[in-house]
Design a protein around this ligand. Structure first.
Ligand code: URA
Ligand code: SF4
Length: 250
């Protein structure tokens, strides 16, 4: 027996003693430590003799309900029932996001505000009106865009979503993007940009360039609510959305 084989057998025996699955070994070469005289011919129904092991059953996440959601509606249904973070406690409605399944542009904001929480729809308050105008400026009717947020329930008093809330919620967003496969993602505001790009860099440093999220071009710009407070940012926002428009046209 080669050293490698002896080592493998010793390892498998160790695994067996630790409670691992049974391993069927060739009858001709007794397992180290096997009781003398005990035959190792597999009973019928078992695989033929030789070292065998159970193939892994799918990938690690195959049983994850979010990964098993195969439509946007299925993701929304999971969100509607979700209690994975404390934002579920005060919500009136979950706001999973909305738009056509074949949208080429996905807009990602931060989280629902008051009007969104009341209606269950994203970007329908004042910031939403401005978003509709911004999309209009690049000839994108809102109805053709999938609009959603990083967190799907309203943070109290519109505070920033906290790290644990984002971590709990972001699988829904990632799955939505996976299903949509858009041509461009527009991340509005620091929370969306930093979450999607997995960075702590400030918004200003992330603007004005094309990033990628899992291969999909991603453009960063100001959040419409910030634009309402600071009209000086309107011009740079037009510049950013024009970058998105150019990608869509190319
Ligand atoms: N702000 C957001 O980030 N999302 C909304 O849906 C509304 C306001
Ligand atoms: Fe679930 Fe997201 Fe709502 Fe938290 S914010 S309860 S993770 S849907």
């Amino acid at each position: 027996m080669t050293d490698g084989r002896a080592l493998a057998l010793a390892y498998l025996e160790q695994q067996r003693l630790l409670g691992g699955d049974a391993v069927i070994l060739p009858a001709s070469e007794p397992t180290p430590g096997a009781r003398p005289g005990k035959t190792e011919t597999p009973p019928s129904g078992l695989p033929p003799s030789g070292v065998s092991f159970d193939p892994p059953s799918g990938d690690l996440f195959a049983a994850d309900p979010v990964q098993q959601a195969h439509t946007l509606a299925a993701v929304a249904a999971l969100v509607a029932e979700c209690t994975k973070c404390k934002l579920c406690e005060n919500r009136n409605h979950t706001v999973p996001g909305e738009g056509p399944g074949n949208a080429r542009l996905v807009v990602v904001g931060e989280g629902p505000g008051r009007t969104e929480d009341e209606t269950g729809r994203p970007f329908v308050g004042k910031a939403g009106e401005l978003l509709t105008k911004i999309l209009g400026a690049i000839d994108f009717p809102r109805e053709q865009v999938f609009i959603c947020n990083v967190v799907k329930c309203r943070p109290p008093e519109n505070r920033l979503p906290q790290y644990d809330e984002i971590a709990a919620c972001v699988p829904y967003l990632f799955r939505q993007i996976e299903l949509l496969k858009p041509a461009v993602i527009l991340a509005m505001g620091g929370t969306a940009a930093q979450t999607l790009l997995n960075t702590k860099q400030a918004l200003g440093a992330l603007r004005n360039q094309v990033h990628r999220f899992r291969g999909i071009p991603l453009v960063v710009t100001y959040h419409p609510a910030a634009l309402l407070r600071n009209p000086n940012w309107k011009r740079p926002t037009w510049d950013d959305v024009r970058i998105a428009r150019r990608i869509l046209d190319s």
